[in-house]
Write a protein that binds this ligand. Structure first.
Ligand SMILES: Nc1ncnc2c1ncn2[C@@H]1O[C@H](COP(=O)(O)OP(=O)(O)OP(=O)(O)O)[C@@H](O)[C@H]1O
Length: 554
């Protein structure tokens, strides 16, 4: 900066004392000095660009990691608060906005004010009278930049929400592509996307037009200033009140002043967009988890042979729902037992099993594992002890082996095949020449629904846990495979020492459980064995009858 500020003074010096007097050695001396300063200023600019780029990239990397770390630990409730598509935009696009502004700020925010003050001071030393021109030019520029900010900032702010919308529609379109085709809604979805896309583009065109307009206007102001300087400067030279070299230097300083002002205005134009992005990222980072974490967690005995799972009068209501999804759920299960949960759709079965690994925390009552309230355990310790097969099987890209070792990195191939045997998934993996190295495509698309379900069951079995939860995991299996799988589960030594929780819709699936819980509208309306419930429980009897009718009708 010092080198850049020095150059115009040296120019005036070379013109006034070298060129005007025809002093060639002086011209060489000052010329060499100027070349040196120019070199320093180029090197400093290169270093500045390099450091600014590096710092802003590091900033982006750290922000992305922080957001991802936070998001991946979100509870289901928090995911319900910020849409997935918006979370993706925030981790990508919003971070880029902040990076861009960081680069601009590092390159200009420091340099521009110093240049502005330095060049103004030096211009003043060259000629006091000419400096008065800035008293007219600078207010014009301030008004112009003010107008620029007034029109562009709201448009810049809207960009991020419009990006969210495009991402949401795109994501829904991709994940729901089969439904869209089956319902022949391709055109509708295409139009929906086009609308969002057009809305975004219109906004972007508007804002870019404003920014594009700024350049010719700025150039006009700069050229006007130059003309004014030359006009008044020439008069001053004519009356011998100013030297030619000083006019040349003054013009350079004037350009430095206006350029610095322009750089500062650019920073002010880009800051609001980054500010909007920063706010969106901050919302994610500041989202207080509703999950209570025990400050000094109790520790589960890793060698315990006898496990207990106890629901003690548990209530739970979703944060956005009026009525509780579960009320007064009370039961106890021990090692070797199978607990089955049956009930109509929406009766609260999935909600109940989601409470065990603390996807949600209970509102009232307690859940205990091996005598400890699960809220007193560390999340890691608790979830290490629970194997869950969710209602919707999810597989990850990679090999079948990678997928199955997801909960137990040290599992041997023998253990994996054993789990595949129990899950009735050996056949279709063995049939493939790649075996366990068979690749799983995105979303497990190269497997059928039932196969995916069985692989998800095998993955849960490879992980050695004290509680196994199967959330409607047998529904995609035919009756015989369902029965075989459950028989194999019962015969497994490790499962015999664990607690098995099965959510099911079919009476046949739950009939041989040690304890059946009947849910209706979030309430536990029956608790007992198949024979007990069949004899006494009305809701259970209704389920039996409805399923018998279905069988008869077939
Ligand atoms: N994230 C959520 N926010 C608000 N309400 C929810 C949420 N998830 C489920 N519910 C509501 O809670 C109730 C119980 O839902 P749950 O998924 O536990 O039922 P389910 O018995 O597992 O049903 P299904 O057999 O259809 O899977 C339903 O009324 C449902 O609408």
């Amino acid at each position: 900066m010092i080198a850049t500020l020095n150059l115009p003074s040296l120019t005036s010096d070379i013109v006034n004392n070298g060129v005007a007097k025809g002093d060639i050695p002086y011209i060489w001396k000052v010329g060499a000095e100027m070349a040196g300063f120019s070199l320093i200023s180029i090197l400093a600019a290169v270093c500045n660009v390099f450091l600014a780029a590096r710092t802003s990239q590091k900033l982006g990397q750290n922000l992305r990691s922080d957001v991802y770390r936070k998001v991946i630990n979100f509870t289901k409730d928090e995911y319900d608060q910020i849409e997935t598509s918006s979370l993706i935009t925030r981790t990508t696009n919003d971070v880029v906005q902040i990076q861009n502004v960081a680069i601009i700020m590092l390159r200009m925010m420091l340099m521009a004010p110093i240049m502005l003050i330095g060049a103004s001071f030096l211009a003043y030393t060259k000629d006091h009278q000419l400096t008065m021109i800035f008293l007219i030019v600078l207010p014009i520029m301030i008004v112009f930049v003010g107008l620029l900010l007034y029109f562009s900032v709201p448009l810049f702010r809207a960009m991020q929400t419009k990006t969210d919308k495009i991402n949401r529609i795109f994501r829904e379109g991709l994940t729901g592509v089969r439904v869209i085709r089956a319902f022949r809604q391709d055109q509708f979805e295409q139009d929906r996307f086009e609308d969002a896309n057009r809305d975004y583009t219109d906004n972007a065109i508007k804002v870019n037009t404003i920014i594009a307009l700024a350049f010719p206007v700025m150039t006009l102001i700069m050229s006007g200033t130059n003309v004014a300087i030359v006009w008044f400067g020439a008069k001053l030279i004519g009356s011998q009140a100013m030297q030619v070299g000083n006019l040349i230097a003054f013009m350079s300083y004037a350009m430095q002043i206006l350029m610095s002002f322009m750089m500062l205005s650019m920073v002010f134009v880009f800051i609001p967009r980054a500010q909007a992005s920063a706010k969106r990222i901050q919302t994610v980072l500041n989202l207080k988890s509703t999950m209570k974490q025990a400050p000094k967690p109790a520790v589960l005995d890793p060698h315990a042979k006898n496990h207990t799972l106890r629901f003690d009068h548990v209530d739970y209501r979703y944060h956005n729902a009026e009525l509780p999804a579960l009320s007064d759920i009370d039961f106890e299960a021990h090692s070797g037992q199978t607990i089955a949960i049956i009930g109509g759709t929406g009766s609260g079965k999935t909600t109940l099993v989601s409470l065990i690994p603390r996807f949600y925390d209970v509102d009232k009552g307690d859940i205990e594992l091996d005598g400890h309230n699960i809220e007193d355990l560390s999340m890691v310790d608790l979830r290490n002890q629970i194997s869950l097969v969710p209602q919707k099987a999810t597989l990850f890209t990679g090999s079948v082996r990678d997928n199955l070792k997801y909960g137990n990195e040290d599992a041997s191939d023998d253990q994996i095949w054993h789990a595949l045997d129990i899950a009735r998934a050996r056949d279709f993996i063995e049939e493939d020449p790649a075996g366990l190295d068979m690749q799983v495509e995105q979303g497990g698309d190269n497997f059928s629904g039932g196969q995916k379900q069985r692989l998800a069951i095998a993955r849960a079995l490879v992980k050695k846990s004290s509680v196994y939860v199967f959330d409607d995991s047998f529904s995609a299996l035919d009756f015989k495979t369902d029965a075989d799988l459950r028989a194999a589960l019962r015969a497994d030594k490790h499962i015999q020492q664990s607690i098995t929780v099965i959510v099911a819709q079919r009476i046949a699936t739950v009939a041989d459980a040690d304890l059946i819980l009947v849910l209706d509208n979030g309430k536990l309306v029956g608790k007992g064995t198949h024979d007990e419930l069949r004899a006494t429980n009305k809701v259970y009897q209704e389920i039996i009858h409805s399923q018998l009718r279905e069988e008869d009708e077939k």
